[in-house]
Design a protein around this ligand. Structure first.
Ligand SMILES: CCc1ccc([C@H](C)CC(=O)N[C@@H]2O[C@H](CO)[C@@H](O)[C@H](O)[C@H]2O)cc1
Length: 823
């Protein structure tokens, strides 16, 4: 089927230059002489879009024709990262664009910097969603991502005297060329009000919702290009606005503020991303956000994507809605409402379909991260949905009672409605009861879900639980962010690895090739130099490319144990300043941190302040001769990760065993030739199994050992008392070594570790320090280290998000890739 030729721009340098100048002229309304960098960036973005547009239309057209089973990925977060380079790569035009711009005297890198990163996520969960939609497109799976177009994404982190200060993320202020608004496809979403029962024409008692107020959801479409496969999938993000954005009557009555009140109120729903990534605040606006995008997405799919005459009893053959954690789980009662209330189905028929079209992925092990919504709040905001949840629960508990007669304790434990501390809906339980499949995100995590967090349910639904270990997209996190290494790999094994990462295995023999190792090490050093230049320009941070780069980048959370890393830094500092270790015997090392703390998470913000205080002391202490450096660039995000990860030698994955569901940074570092020091937690276990114990620095208690210590009663102060090295490190903090003698400022951090230490930092301290000593010895043999680094790359192909998606297709979605004709 031929396409109208106008939509396929020619892929020549001249052709590109023409297109670009036209966009500058007709799109930005400026010519080269007066064009700002932002003008040029916006014109470039639109020109690049042209190269993907026909594929997008072709993909949509083809999907409309074949009506193949597809995947809808419902996520409250999509941490996309910058779009320009990803589009250039997918369209395979990075060469002609670089050349074309150069011919116009424009440096592509200047335009790159003009792009504001869409920070529509907090961390792991949001970035995983972005990697997954990239893999879905590259594997040619018919799919659509549904989420929220926050006007303000994750806050911009600044440091004031080392303390985190949040700034609003004005990512839209300079324009947003990668989105396509479609107000004509807007959806009305109701809230509040009450319900009433009535008798329908067939004499059945029914209930219906009498909503109190409503808002409008406007979809913004984003292209999700597959890697050079002709497919461009869609990411649809919803933005809220008032039905009546301006009330002229009220305005004419002179109450101007009130005239726009509805608009402001409505807009609030998609105004800002909640910056928590582990402890829900239970805020009403958060529930409004969740229901808003879920209601828009289900209505959009049933009314706009499906053909008008589609028989909804066949819905399970046509779609699976993947629920990215509990945040979109309100979709379950929403679908029941759409089928029973709006389409007049019987409860039984609706439930039969609903049970087949949802699947739930859990991303956490922290009990406090599992969302519960009070029945008060739910009953007020979504009264009809609460009724539906009650009925789902009643029918479920009736079955449980049948299966376990006289075991009311179990019934109470499994009830979707918690009675204590307040009557509330346990969203993870609702997802597990209604979902066709429940999966964890790493082998250990999924096992702990079965054995501990959801054990009653895995006993009752044995076949419902499965695992899909996370992955990361090799396009952004190797091919795009590490072009030098990519070139070396392609030279050695061809370029198939970009879409078939398992082929990295073919590099294994080259680990024993001295020339290959030399070039590999050279590339690592080049990436370090690139990072040195960036940190100098971006943050005024000076580090050396010749030092070992020891990196810990992830959200600041006590279970991730940035404090354990800091105690190691302080121990090294103490060894030198106490004269125990001559400075010339210290391996030059840069400790690089990157971490945002949820604004309301006090201890996390304290720890950030302490890391910067320790950094200031170490970086200004002449006795250290700049051999130990701490670098803590502010505002860690996807863009910074793209330069940091390729430069790293050592990847810190030191969470307490049994707490990190998976981790995905760990995968990115291994794929870019960093060695991991880590506990047997999350996906670290699978990384260690694949790269081999000789190429992984394992330390610390295992999950069962942690459970035993906690059950036996953990007393951190005993470790302090018994270990002089640990005592010296903690005493430095307590005595004000890093705070100009002020002993109060970091007292909460020290006393928490001495008296609570919920994540066993003190218990794992010595094992960690011993492992770090092994790191120093290993690093002294640079060629040996490089060999291990090559083997880490060669053996980490499993951690491609393409493999994850294939697992979801096989174990959960039972859908197939559908390759559209290539254009
Ligand atoms: C409502 C507050 C809230 C917000 C986000 C979350 C996310 C589930 C937290 C998160 O990002 N979890 C991370 O998900 C990654 C992707 O699966 C895993 O690799 C990380 O281990 C996990 O911490 C929990 C609670």
């Amino acid at each position: 089927e031929s396409l109208d030729p106008i939509t396929v721009p020619d892929r020549t340098v001249e052709g590109f230059v023409q297109e670009f100048l036209r966009e500058l002229h007709f799109g930005q309304g400026v010519d080269m002489s007066r064009a700002s960098t932002n003008d040029k960036y916006l014109a470039l973005a639109r020109t690049v879009r042209h190269h993907l547009m026909s594929r997008w239309m072709q993909t949509l057209r083809h999907q409309g024709q074949v009506q193949a089973k597809s995947v809808a990925y419902l996520s409250a977060e999509f941490l996309l990262g910058r779009q320009l380079d990803n589009a250039l790569l997918a369209a395979d035009i990075d060469g002609i664009v670089t050349e074309g711009l150069t011919s116009l005297g424009i440096d592509l890198d200047d335009l790159r910097q003009a792009e504001q990163e869409p920070g529509l996520g907090n961390g792991g969960l949001g970035r995983l969603a972005a990697c997954f939609i990239d893999s879905l497109a590259t594997l040619s799976v018919p799919s659509i991502g549904y989420g929220i177009r926050y006007e303000y994404g994750i806050f911009r982190q600044t440091f004031v005297d080392g303390w985190q200060v949040e700034q609003p993320d004005t990512w839209l202020e300079l324009g947003s060329p990668w989105e396509f608004p479609h107000p004509e496809a807007a959806v009305k979403v109701n809230f509040g009000g009450s319900t009433e029962t009535y008798i329908d024409d067939d004499g059945n008692a029914r209930s219906r919702w009498l909503p109190g107020w409503s808002v409008i959801g406007v979809p913004y479409n984003y292209m999700v290009p597959g890697y050079r496969n002709g497919r461009v999938n869609t990411l649809r993000l919803w933005s809220a606005r008032a039905e009546k954005s301006f009330d002229l009557q009220i305005f004419n009555s002179g109450d101007y503020a009130d005239a726009v009140r509805a608009q402001t109120f409505a807009e609030n729903i998609s105004k800002v991303l909640y910056p928590e990534d582990s402890t829900p605040q239970g805020k009403e606006l958060r529930l409004q956000q969740q229901y808003f995008f879920v209601a828009c997405s289900l209505a959009d799919f049933l009314d706009n994507v499906l053909p008008g005459d589609f028989d909804l009893t066949k819905l399970p053959d046509r779609i699976v809605f993947q629920l990215n954690d509990t945040h979109p789980v309100i979709a379950i009662p929403e679908l029941m409402r759409l089928l029973v209330d709006d389409r007049g189905w019987s409860w039984e028929d609706a439930w039969a379909v609903t049970q087949q079209v949802f699947a739930y992925t859990c991303h956490t092990l922290l009990p406090e991260a599992l969302e519960v919504w009070s029945v008060d709040l739910l009953g007020r905001l979504l009264p009809r949905h609460l009724e539906i949840i009650y009925r789902i629960n009643d029918e479920f508990l009736a079955q449980v009672r049948k299966a376990y007669p006289d075991d009311e304790l179990r019934v109470r434990r499994m009830s979707i409605i918690a009675e204590f501390p307040e009557r509330a809906v346990r969203m993870a339980f609702l997802a597990t009861v209604a979902g066709a499949k429940v999966n964890g995100v790493a082998e250990l995590h999924s096992q702990l879900l079965r054995d501990k967090v959801l054990n009653d349910f895995s006993a009752y639904f044995p076949d419902k639980f499965t695992n899909v270990t996370n992955g990361v997209t090799p396009r952004r996190f190797v091919r795009m962010s590490n072009p030098a290494l990519s070139g070396l790999i392609t030279e050695a094994i061809g370029e198939g690895w970009v879409t078939d990462l398992g082929r990295l295995r073919e590099l294994e023999p080259l680990a024993d090739d001295a020339e290959f190792r030399r070039r590999f090490a050279e590339i690592k050093r080049g990436n370090k130099t690139r990072l040195v230049d960036l940190l100098a320009a971006r943050d005024g941070i000076e580090i050396s490319p010749d030092a070992m780069l020891d990196v810990m980048v992830k959200r600041l959370h006590e279970y991730k144990r940035q404090m354990l890393k800091l105690l190691h830094v302080i121990t090294l500092y103490d060894r030198v300043t106490s004269g125990e270790l001559p400075i010339d015997q210290v391996t030059p090392r840069t400790f690089a941190f990157g971490a945002k703390a949820a604004p309301g998470y006090k201890m996390a913000k304290q720890i950030i302040g302490l890391i910067n205080a320790v950094g200031r002391t170490i970086n200004t202490d002449p006795a250290l001769e700049r051999r130990l450096r701490v670098a803590f660039p502010a505002n860690y995000n996807v863009t910074l990760a793209e330069t940091l990860v390729p430069a790293a030698d050592l990847s810190e994955q030191i969470s307490l065993a049994g707490k990190e569901a998976s981790g995905t940074g760990n995968m990115k570092f291994a794929l870019n030739g960093a060695l991991t020091i880590g506990t047997d937690d999350g996906a670290n276990v699978e990384i260690r199994q694949l790269v081999g114990d000789d190429h992984f620095f394992l330390f610390g208690l295992t999950e069962p050992e942690v459970a035993d210590i906690v059950d036996a009663g953990y007393r951190p102060s005993t470790y302090y008392a018994a270990n002089p090295t640990l005592r010296r490190a903690l005493d430095h903090i307590a005595h004000g070594t890093f705070s100009g003698g002020d002993q109060r400022v970091f007292e909460p951090v020290v006393s928490n570790l001495l008296h609570e230490d919920r994540f066993l930092v003190l218990a794992d301290f010595q094992s960690y320090i011993d492992a770090q000593d092994r790191v120093e010895k290993a690093y002294a043999d640079q060629d040996g280290w490089t060999r291990s680094a090559v083997l880490n790359v060669a053996r980490s192909g499993f951690f491609s998000s393409d493999r994850s998606i294939k697992d979801y297709l096989d174990r959960i979605w039972h859908a197939e890739p559908v390759a559209p004709p290539f254009v």
